[in-house]
Ligand binder design. Sequence first.
Ligand SMILES: [Zn+2]
Length: 490
Amino acid sequence: MKIESSPIKYTLGENKSPLTYKIHFILADEKDNPLLAGFQDQWKSGKFRGESKQKFVDETSKTIFLGLGKPENLPLRNLAGMFIELGKNLRKLEGVGYEIFLRQEITSHYDCERLVYQIVNSIDLGYFDIRVLATKDQEKKKPGSVSFQTEEISIDKKILSGIKKAQAVSKQVNGARYIAHLPSNYFRPQEFEERSREIAKDHKLKITVFNEPQLKKMGMNGILAVSRGTDNAGKMIILDYNPPGAKKTFAIVGKGLTFDTGGISLKPSAEMHEMKYDMCGASATIHAIAAIASLKTKIRVVAAIGTAENMPDGRAYKPGDVYTAYNGLTVEVQNTDAEGRLVLGDVLSYVCDKIKPDYMVDLATLTGAAIMALGHETAAVLSKNEEFIAKIKQASELSDDRVWELPLWDEYGEGLKSDIADLRNIAGGKGAGTISAGIFLSHFVDKDIPWAHLDIAGTAWRKKGSGTQTNGPTGYGVRLLVELAEILSR
Ligand SMILES: [Zn+2]
């Protein structure tokens, strides 16, 4: 379960790769730039005018021009898609490299460290091939290197730190994508433990694994109920990064259903194979703590995941069953496909009880309703703490892992009343399933802990890439959590 680094080397100065393409950025108002001397026809015809996301390749001079748009509107996210594509191209031809020119005219519009971070991160994500189990027709060729050329020596340091941060983060985003993409006969709760142990070893983190006998003793009956129909026993895994000088504790909780059939409330078969992705919250959680530890961010981070498999079976839990959760609440199971919240409920209340964090988020592919509401461009974020939401939005802007706020008003939880127990696990009726799921989770969180729930059902994987997100598993959340930990550490 080793986590692979990208093989692409990033350097400063001239590029000696055998097949190097020069990359120039062009603004929409740079018609008379001498770099375009031979390409005025393209400009006149509109084929390349430096507009945002426009690309023009001149094979004769091995030059790629990338349009940035109007100087007053240059969001970094526009660069991501272009460099994800350029990263993909590196695996098509042996030894292809890039020499990226950062003219002063361009760098003056950006925070140079973030500019380089975005470029390197996107190339690494593009280079990663999601056909991880394919043995034939692999187009994965050995890449050349990527270098940055500047006009000012003063920004060299910023470029180098942008490269360093991007490499630490992209390694973990791709790591999260890799395990997310593995099917459930390759990746089960047992493999989650192996992967977590690998991360603990790499970054010298404390790890605690709770298996069935301990979970029974502790009364974590949510995880146990969900796991009853499978031979792949559920687990709770906790990684702890506690650097010297850390003043605050930030807890990240992840849903890790390595496969979700829906259980006795069986899902329709058409898209069921996609339910191997039901562990993307936990996958992002353990790789985010790895990235945060490698960046040495000064905050204690506790990553806690609940991992299980939801299967129908003679022993499986059934609609109507009532179980007692870790925090003592009795829960009536009305639908065995609303299992993620049962697993998360136990983990959230355990973390509140034993870790007492200053901040807590959870990431979960929790509801199809999140996809209905927001599609694949943004995750839903729900919290009662305005200040904490503001910080998450700030981290979202820096990382381009987008979030959109939905209300967490108690009125949405009316349907969670049970006529036999404290709570039932679905609200019933139509509409606002993402919000009632959030309200359900809130019953397992201490009121005085700033907590936010992120429903990543729409962003964890996608058929077509967009913005900073690739196609396939996206690793959504790793970059967001890296920025959020940084903000919370201040
Ligand atoms: Zn489910």
